[in-house]
Structure formats: structure tokens, C-alpha cells
Design a protein around this ligand. Structure first.
Ligand code: UD1
Length: 363
């Protein structure tokens, strides 16, 4: 089959890399399309280098904008690409605006859509990603899922169970493939950190960083409770803007800011952290596989298996709850944990298996 694979934003790249490798060894061909939703060197290019992703065949260069403007721009550009290349299938990953925009274009043009990481639900429609996930899933022809709870989520919304394939987690394919290389990263020495001698923080959700009171409350509690160990914080561009807008003095809170990290350096930092604090989706999964305690600074998660089986704890954004959870991580018993089913480094191969079946059924 002729496939177009779509990436747009940072969390897409490590999901697409193993799929690109597996498709290169299959009967199928894939053109890689980068929408340009993320465009800074350290939000995009460094990931192509670290992950050995091929240079995109197609670059749309859409950049930032409001949700409507960004989504519309991707749609307008991507429509021409689909009409020109006439793929049998478009493969989208995750839940970013690029995922939604390209799915909508294909649905209207009658092009089959495969959604990798289908069926995750936070049940919180205030999250832009929840809207992107729901719409993409309802439009998709192949729903490739990472965990068992995805199927009932999808069936409840009217998706035909025959379209759903539990293939496992491609993000973990990348983690396993690149851990040996990440182990060689010199980032700890460069930052003068010791193994298990620091906490790692990431924060970028609009619900956490766009409200000055919530944002300050989170940072003050982490700064205070984290005082026992340095807190390293690779800062997302949108978060940096909010720090400047609100005039928050992060250094005085004891937080150590650095620019966003490349994939290999960040894997090394996660692997050797004492504790990870985050509002990201993928990091909840990666820490679960690495066996590192993770405190998720959100009221809900679309990845509940990281809590039931993994190292993740949902802490919310109440400052006292954050302080208590950090204390508990430092002084309490470690949470028992295991790796969820099919997070085994072979999800991309299973995806190719599903594509083979689909190709056989084509006229
Ligand atoms: C996007 C995804 C989110 C994902 C996150 C990972 C959506 C709705 N959100 O959020 O699910 O967790 O990526 O990073 O798709 N910016 C830069 N340089 C860049 C990219 C962005 O400076 O390379 C700044 C711009 O000011 C932009 C802002 O960050 O306006 C937000 O970027 P955007 O792509 O809209 O969403 P993210 O917050 O990055």
C-alpha cells in the first residue's frame, strides 16, 4: 500500500520512528509528511536526528496559531498533498492538532485513515487533545490501540470492534530501541547531576500554565518540597512565555530551568531521576516502563494503565497534595509496578501485520 505518515508536534516523532523502520522492511511504502506544527530546532529537528527519522518527504511549514487557525492551515495544505499523491492510507499518531486536521481531510476525500494510539480517553473535554482523540477515532478506518481499555472506550462511542487492533505501544518501541544510545548521553555530567540525585519536571498543559494562580501554586509546592534534591526543568516554549508574562521568579523557587531536551538526553535524564513530575501524556508511559516514580500534575489521565500497573500517581494541582506526594515518594514505600501488556518493543511490527491484512483485502 502507498501510505502517507503524518507528524507535526514533538510527541509524534518517537511514535512514528519505529513505524518508519518497520514499513521500510515491508511490502508497503510511506511518504513522511511533517506539518511543521512544531518547528524550533529543539522541538523538532533534534528528534529527527536522535531518532534517525528520514528527512520528511513533505513539509507543510504551518507553524503556530490559535487552534482553529492552526487546524485550518494544516487542512488546507494537506488536502493538496493527498490529492497529489493519492495514498491508499494516511497514518496519524497521537492527539495533536495535526492528527485531527489530517484525519478530517482524509475523511472528506474518502481516503482510509489509520490512527495509532486510538481509544485513549481522559473524559475531560476541556483538554484540546480529548477533542482531537474523539474526532480522529470516529473518522478512522483502523484503530490501533496501546492498551486494553481503549476498545471498550471506542465501542461505547459507536466504533465497530472489527476496526480495532490492540497492537501495543510504539512509544515504548522507541524507548527500548534507543535506551542503549541514551545511556551514552553525557547530559548528567554536563548539568552536574548525579544518578538518583535530582527530580525532573515538565509542564506545558494550558490548564496548568495559563492560569497564574494554578501555575504559581504548582511551582511553589514543587520548589518547596523538592528542596531536598535539585529540580531540573526543561521548559517548553509556551511555558517559558507564560513564566515571562506572569513575571514568576522561578530561580528563587529553587527550580533549575534548561531549554527543551533532545530525545536521547531526555531519556537519560528520565532513566536516572529520583522522581519525575509531569503533565505530559507520554512521560507517564515512559516512566512506567523505566520503573521511575511519576507524579502526574493533572486531575485526570487518558492513560489509566500507568496508574493501575505502572509507577504513575495522579496528584492533581492542589499545592498541599503535591507537597504530600513528593514527601511520600522520598520517604514512603515504592509503589509495586509492572509493564503493561504489549509494551514490548514490537508494536510497529504488529502494525505492519495489520496493514498486510488490509492490503490483502484491497481490490
Ligand atoms: C502540542 C500538543 C500537545 C502536546 C505538545 C507537546 C495540540 C493541541 N497540542 O502542544 O498535545 O502535548 O504539543 O509539546 O496539538 N512553540 C514554539 N516553538 C515550537 C512550537 C511551539 O515556540 O516549535 C510555541 C508557540 O508559541 C505556540 C505554542 O508554543 O503558540 C504552543 O504550540 P502548539 O503547537 O499550539 O501546542 P503545544 O502547547 O506545543
Amino acid at each position: 500500500m502507498k501510505i502517507i505518515g503524518v507528524v507535526g508536534a514533538r510527541p509524534n516523532f518517537m511514535k512514528m520512528a519505529p513505524i518508519c523502520r518497520a514499513i521500510a522492511e515491508s511490502q508497503h511504502t510511506m511518504l513522511l509528511c511533517h506539518t511543521g506544527q512544531h518547528y524550533d530546532h529543539n522541538m523538532s529537528k533534534v528528534f529527527f536526528e536522535d531518532l534517525g527519522l528520514p528527512k520528511p518527504d513533505i513539509y507543510l511549514g504551518v507553524g503556530s496559531g490559535s487552534h482553529a487557525a492552526q487546524t485550518a492551515k494544516i487542512m488546507a495544505e494537506f488536502e493538496g498533498i493527498v490529492l497529489e499523491h493519492k495514498p491508499d492510507l494516511v497514518m496519524v499518531v497521537g492527539d495533536v492538532n495535526s492528527t485531527l486536521a489530517c484525519s478530517l481531510v482524509c475523511a472528506k476525500l474518502g481516503i482510509a485513515i489509520a490512527h495509532v494510539e486510538a481509544g485513549l480517553r481522559s473524559f475531560d473535554r476541556e483538554m484540546p487533545e480529548e477533542i482531537n482523540r474523539m474526532v480522529t477515532d470516529i473518522l478512522s478506518d483502523l484503530l490501533l490501540t496501546t492498551s486494553e481499555e481503549a476498545e471498550p472506550n471506542l465501542v461505547r462511542e459507536g466504533v465497530d470492534a472489527a476496526k480495532i487492533h490492540f497492537v501495543g505501544n510504539v512509544m515504548i518501541d522507541s524507548l527500548q530501541h534507543f535506551l542503549p544510545l541514551a545511556a551514552e548521553s553525557t547530559v548528567l555530567d554536563e548539568l552536574n547531576l548525579e544518578e538518583r540525585g535530582y527530580s525532573l519536571l515538565t509542564l506545558h498543559r494550558p490548564s496548568n500554565v495559563d492560569d497564574p494562580d494554578i501555575f504559581r501554586g504548582i511551582l511553589e509546592s514543587i520548589g518547596e518540597a523538592g528542596r531536598r534534591l535539585p529540580v531540573l526543568w526543561p521548559v517548553h516554549p509556551r511555558t517559558r512565555k507564560m513564566i515571562e508574562t506572569f513575571g514568576i521568579d522561578v530561580e528563587s523557587l529553587g527550580l533549575r530551568l534548561v531549554d527543551p531536551m533532545g530525545y536521547l538526553d531526555f531519556m537519560r535524564l528520565m532513566r536516572d531521576a529520583r522522581l519525575v513530575l509531569t503533565d505530559s501524556g507520554g512521560i507517564q508511559e515512559e516512566t512506567t516502563v523505566l520503573g521511575i516514580p511519576c507524579l502526574t500534575l493533572r486531575e485526570n489521565t487518558e492513560r489509566p494503565v500507568t496508574i493501575t500497573l505502572g509507577t504513575n500517581r495522579l496528584v492533581g494541582t492542589d499545592p498541599e497534595a503535591i507537597r504530600e506526594a513528593i514527601r511520600d515518594c522520598f520517604d514512603g514505600e515504592a509503589k509495586p509496578h509492572s509493564v503493561p501488556p504489549l509494551w514490548d518493543g514490537h508494536a510497529a511490527e504488529r502494525i505492519v501485520g495489520v496493514l498486510d491484512q488490509m492490503a490483502e483485502a484491497l481490490p
